[in-house]
Design a protein around this ligand. Structure first.
Ligand code: NAI
Ligand code: MG
Length: 361
C-alpha cells in the first residue's frame, strides 16, 4: 500500500464546491486501485479566515504544509478582501517557499467538446504552457511614494535571474523532448522590454543549443497571442514568464472550452517540497453558492497530481473518463450549455471512472 498525505485548501466561492468533487475523485482512486491510500487534512484558510484573524493563513502555515506530499487547492478570492492580499498572502507564498517554479498548464481540446475556433480540429489543439512561477513580473520589489498627492507614483520591478530563467527553460525543453512535435515556443517582448526580455531570449538560445532536435521559435507575446487563435497546431510546449504565462493560459483555456475545464500544477520538479495542484480559474463570485460550477478543472488537476506522483495510468483514466462523459453529452454544467449541477457532473465522471477502470488500471 502506498500512502500519500494531502493538504486540501478549498478556499472561497466555488472553491469548496469543486473541491468536494475533487475529494470524491481521490476516494474513487482509492476504491479502484486498492494499493493507494490518501490521508487528507483540510484547511479553512480563505478570505473568511482573513476577516477573523487578519491573515490568510496562520504564522506557521508554510511549516504546516511543508511535510505533505502534495497540496490541493480550490480557488481563493472574495469581494470582501482585496485580491492582492488574498493572492499575495496565500498562493504566492506557497509557490515561492516550496520552489514550485514550474506552472504547468495543459491546453488540450477534450473529445466531446467544441472549440470556438471553428476551423480547428481536435488534434490542432493540444499543447502545454510552462509558466515561470516564482519571479518575473510578479516580484514583490517596488513600492509607492507620495500617496494621495497629485504626484504620487508606483514602481513595480520585474525580476529575471539567470538561475530562475534557466531552470524553467530547461524544464520546458526536457518536456518538449518527450512530446511528439518536438517544438518549443518561447514568449518574449524584447522589442519593448529592452533589458529583461533580451536576457530571457539569450537564455532560451543557450539552453536550446543543448537540444538540437527541438525546433525553437521565439515570438513576441502580442504575435503569439494571435497565433494561439490562428496557428495553435504549431504549438507544442510554450514557455513564458510569470505574467505572459498567466495571460496566455486564460486565452488557452478559452480556445479549449473555457475556464471551468483548465487545470494547473505548481510543480517543484526536484520533489524537495510539496507541489500544488489547482484549477486555473478563480472563485467565480458570480456563480458561487449556486452549485453549478464546472468541477472538471479541479478533477483534471488531480490527474496532473497523479502523474506527478508516478501514476500516469490513473491520470489518463481520469481524463478519458471526463472525455467519455463529454462525448455522451447527457450531463454537463451551464458553462458548457447543460443544466446539471456540480455534484451531478462530478458523479457522472466518477461513475465513468468505475466503468473504464476495467481496462485501464
Ligand atoms: P474567475 O476565474 O473566478 O471567473 C471568471 C469567469 O469564469 C466568471 O464568469 C466565472 O463564473 C467563470 N468560471 C470560472 N470558473 C468556473 C467554473 N469552474 N465553472 C463555470 N464557470 C466558471 O476569475 P475572476 O472573476 O477574475 O476572479 C474572481 C476571484 O478569483 C478574484 O478574487 C480573483 O483574485 C480570484 N482568482 C483566484 C485564483 C486562484 O485561486 N488561483 C485565480 C484567478 C482568480
Ligand atoms: Mg490567471
Amino acid at each position: 500500500m502506498q500512502h500519500f498525505s494531502i493538504a486540501a485548501i478549498p478556499g472561497d466561492g466555488i472553491g469548496p464546491e469543486v473541491m468536494a468533487e475533487g475529494l470524491k475523485t481521490l476516494k474513487k482512486i482509492e476504491e479502484l486501485h486498492g494499493g493507494i491510500h490518501f490521508s487528507i487534512d483540510t484547511f479553512d484558510w480563505n478570505c473568511d479566515y482573513y476577516l477573523k484573524h487578519g491573515k490568510m493563513m496562520p504564522e506557521n502555515g508554510l511549516d504546516i504544509l511543508r511535510d505533505y506530499d502534495v497540496i490541493l487547492l480550490g480557488a481563493i478570492g472574495a469581494p470582501t478582501v482585496p485580491d492582492h492580499i488574498s493572492v499575495w498572502e496565500l498562493i504566492l507564498p506557497i509557490r515561492r517557499a516550496f520552489q514550485q517554479y514550474i506552472n504547468l498548464r495543459p491546453i488540450k481540446l477534450l473529445r466531446g467538446l467544441n472549440s470556438p475556433l471553428r476551423y480547428k480540429a481536435h488534434d490542432d489543439l493540444n499543447f502545454v504552457v510552462v509558466r515561470e512561477n516564482t519571479e518575473g513580473e510578479y516580484s514583490n520589489m517596488g513600492g509607492r511614494l507620495h500617496e494621495n498627492t497629485p504626484f504620487e507614483l508606483a514602481v513595480q520591478n520585474n525580476v529575471f535571474t539567470r538561475y530562475g530563467s534557466e531552470r524553467v527553460i530547461k524544464y520546458a525543453y526536457s518536456l518538449a523532448e518527450k512530446r511528439p512535435k518536438r517544438r518549443l515556443t518561447a514568449a518574449t517582448k524584447s522589442n519593448g522590454i529592452n533589458h529583461s526580455m533580451p536576457f530571457w531570449d539569450e537564455i532560451v538560445r543557450e539552453v536550446g543549443m543543448h537540444h538540437p532536435n527541438i525546433k525553437t521559435d521565439i515570438y513576441h507575446i502580442d504575435a503569439l497571442a494571435a497565433y494561439f487563435i490562428t496557428r495553435p497546431e504549431e504549438l507544442d510546449v510554450v514557455v513564458g514568464s510569470n505574467l505572459f504565462g498567466d495571460i496566455l493560459t486564460d486565452l488557452g483555456a478559452a480556445i479549449v472550452g473555457g475556464l471551468g475545464l483548465a487545470p494547473s500544477g505548481n510543480i517543484n520538479p526536484e520533489k524537495n517540497y510539496p507541489s500544488m495542484f489547482e484549477p486555473i480559474h478563480g472563485s467565480a463570485p458570480d456563480i458561487a453558492g449556486k452549485g453549478i460550477a464546472n468541477p472538471i478543472a479541479q478533477i483534471w488537476s488531480i490527474s496532473l497530481m497523479m502523474e506527478h506522483l508516478g501514476f500516469s495510468d490513473i491520470g489518463d483514466l481520469i481524463v478519458s473518463s471526463i472525455e467519455e462523459v463529454l462525448l455522451e453529452k447527457n450531463v454537463s454544467t451551464p458553462d458548457l450549455g447543460g443544466k446539471n449541477t456540480t455534484i451531478e457532473f462530478g458523479e457522472a465522471i466518477h461513475q465513468q471512472m468505475t466503468k473504464m477502470s476495467m481496462n485501464s488500471i
